[in-house]
Design a binder for this molecule. Structure first.
Ligand code: ATP
Length: 351
């Protein structure tokens, strides 16, 4: 296969260590990937590096991204510039993960989070700015009191983006069904309370799922769903939800299988995808050399698959699985004593 070009944005704080660990394994696999590497966000000359990174992204096949605390500014370009509308966050238990659940074996579902709208458009401001609108509250049956000192935030749910994410979820469920999964899409939002916004999202997903007769559809209110990811995660297959719930619940989902160090993610658009862990930059363990690189490694596994290196992605995942199955070289968050570098060497040894 021809060389694929991948932009590497290592991110901030301790995140770069996870990215470098993943790169070591990809290099050891011998995948024909050409990396275009940028420095950690702390070293970015604001504006300059961002511009260069955007140009590199435009001529690449994908980006491997370390988490950012805001210093690596190109994240917004990867998301909104490249319109990567589907944030795919698998929640899959592997034997050896330090799950707090009694029976985590077999947990294997995917959260599909809408990635571009909802409350994430940065539309916030002083309450008084809403005064000219004379907004009527359905709950209060009165006009919104804008004389209080306060802030508003705007939640936007469009038909286009909801349908796009619903289709993505249904297609994913269909693909998984062909691999032996149940072929089910679960939609969740706060549709009983936010009848117009979350209700609209729910309605569009249900309508879209009706066009997939081979896929089972179900829906739960998001608070009930939060309980289900703890008590009945085994019944889930593909779950689709608006942006904010997806952000919060995927951290909770990661917690059920053993923590943030284990949860990968990929953000897919029509012509581009980038990959990063679910976790943040772990500033509290910066420079300690103990961060668990598994989440970023599993994100790299997803990236290799996306790029067409299916065999390499399987070998990578199997090697991670073996390290956990063996249990001798686990990082501190998983109850072990291994440092990031030792864990990485163990994965490479198992390729
Ligand atoms: P963000 O808001 O970007 O998600 P955050 O600081 O809220 O960032 P994280 O950076 O994800 O959250 O960290 C939450 C906790 O989990 C921290 O104590 C951190 O050290 C720990 N943590 C996160 N990722 C890892 C990892 N890969 N390995 C070990 N510990 C981790």
């Amino acid at each position: 296969m021809a060389n694929r070009r991948v932009v590497v944005l290592p991110g901030d704080d301790e995140a770069p260590q996870t990215v470098y660990a993943a790169l070591e394994v990809i290099r050891a696999l011998g995948a024909a990937v050409e990396f275009v590497e940028f420095p950690p966000g702390e070293q970015w000359i604001r504006g300059e590096t961002d511009k260069a990174a955007r140009a590199a992204i435009d001529t690449s096949d994908s980006t491997l991204f370390g988490s950012t605390s805001g210093k690596t500014t190109s994240i917004n370009y990867l998301r909104w510039g490249k319109q990567t509308f589907a944030n795919v966050r698998p929640c899959r238990y592997m034997p050896g993960f330090k799950s707090p659940l009694a029976r985590p074996d077999g947990i294997d579902y995917v959260i599909v989070r809408e990635n571009l709208e909802d409350l994430y458009l940065g539309l916030e401001g002083p309450l008084e700015a809403l005064a000219p609108l004379h907004l009527q509250s359905r709950i209060l049956r009165a006009e919104l009191d804008t004389s209080e000192r306060g802030i508003f935030a705007i939640k936007v749910i469009t038909e286009k983006k909801s349908r796009q994410i619903a289709r993505f979820a249904c297609e994913l469920a269909r693909k998984r069904k062909a691999q032996g999964y149940p072929g089910k899409v679960t939609c969740t939002s706060k549709y009983n309370m936010l009848r117009q916004s979350d209700g609209f999202f729910r309605q569009i997903v249900e309508e879209t799922a009706a066009g997939y007769p081979d896929i089972t559809y179900e829906q739960f209110i998001v608070d009930d769903f939060a309980r289900r990811i703890v008590q009945s995660a085994h019944s889930l297959d593909v779950v689709v939800m608006p942006n904010l719930y997806g952000d919060i619940l995927s951290d909770a989902a990661a917690g059920t299988i053993g923590g943030l160090g284990l949860a990968p993610s990929g953000c897919y658009g029509d012509g581009y995808a980038y990959f990063e862990s679910v976790h943040g930059t772990a500033p509290d363990i910066k420079g300690m050399g103990v961060i668990n690189p598994t989440a970023t490694m599993l994100s790299a596994v997803m990236m290799l698959e996306y790029l067409g290196f299916v065999e390499e992605s399987r070998r990578f995942e199997q090697a991670i699985r073996k390290v956990y199955g063996d249990g001798r070289t686990l990082t501190v968050d998983q109850g072990g004593t291994a440092r990031t570098a030792e864990f990485t060497r163990a994965v490479i040894a198992n390729l």
